[in-house]
Design a protein around this ligand. Sequence first.
Ligand code: NAD
Ligand code: GLY
Length: 372
Amino acid sequence: MDAAMQRLTVDLGKRSYPILIGDGLIGDIGAHVAPLLKRPRTMIVTDAHVAPHYLAAVEASFAKAGVATSSLILDPGEGSKSWAGLARLTEWLIGEGVERSDHVVALGGGVIGDLVGFACAIVKRGCAFVQVPTTLLAQVDSSVGGKTAINVAAGKNLIGSFHQPALVVIDPATLATLPRRELGAGYAEVVKYGLIDDADFFAWCEAHGAALLAGDGAARHHAIAHSVAAKARIVAADERETQDVRALLNLGHSFGHALEAETGYSDKLLHGEAVAAGMALAHRFSAAQGLCPAADAARVAAHLAAVGLPHDLSGAGVDADGETLAAHMAHDKKVRGGKLPLILTRGIGQSFVTDAYGLDKVAAFLDGERGR
Ligand code: NAD
Ligand code: GLY
């Protein structure tokens, strides 16, 4: 094993799988995937932003390991995570003669990972896949845990399945080519792990977040490994989000969802940016209900501001009233029995799930946030 490579496990019994983390790992991916294969053949799926940087290295690595490859390059962006994208990908896999025991490689961000994962859940009633995440968001969140989906007209991620990868290979060096704004959006998900249940890690983020974003390799490796270990623990405890454990990963997402809906799920506000503002709102809402010290809510906003992430409605580019935003929240797919469970907090690192607060209260709070 490479001395610099770290190995974690998502513990799911017979469906357990390793997560490998190390700079330069994609140049060695063939050696890690080949032992999983029943025949020396794999299919690689990526997008047109990622391909020019990393596809040749991945293909060469498989060739070196004696594994034949074919590759599909999709359009970048959420548009590929669609019925049309799914049709194109599944037809291509079938045309390539995919077999159930094959391991398809998803090389890219969360869009490629979610789409390939879902295609592999359904093609020929299911084949295996390997996640090779190349955005910070995908490296710390979406590549682990087996949530796969496409978007439809009624909303994001509404058609999908739980389908765990067979292996996750994280090469933090790929972040060198990621646009700074995408890096920041992924960093919001790193901060989230501190805010959920790990106050020490939030303090680490306050001390090292700026360096991580500026390119500090050691800080990046630490943040990715720490985040992924947290995610692996949560997924192992509550794979299908039935026990209010995995739901904690949605901290900031209900408020964030309203902001994304209001900005039309567009480049005006990236998902991670919406999560950042959503986490700040969840903390201030908790403080307004007397659940959380106001000083903790202020500390969260201050850190997000320090790294250039939005922490309020105006920073997110949203000027809607509370009722409009709460109406978006009411359409959240997490609504249960007409109630929206919110992830609130008793302080930094003390998040919990509750449906004790109605959307009328949330609407009144968001009205107060307007013009803040
Ligand atoms: P993305 O996949 O769209 O990637 C962002 C942009 O960066 C794209 O333009 C992409 O082409 C480009 N890119 C990717 N890697 C690059 C690199 N190394 N260098 C240069 N450019 C690169 O977006 P994302 O933020 O990674 O993922 C967002 C998606 O993830 C959403 O669809 C969201 O629903 C999903 N998601 C899923 C889960 C899950 O648990 N499955 C969790 C969170 C988010
Ligand atoms: N990103 C949320 C989850 O995996 O549950």
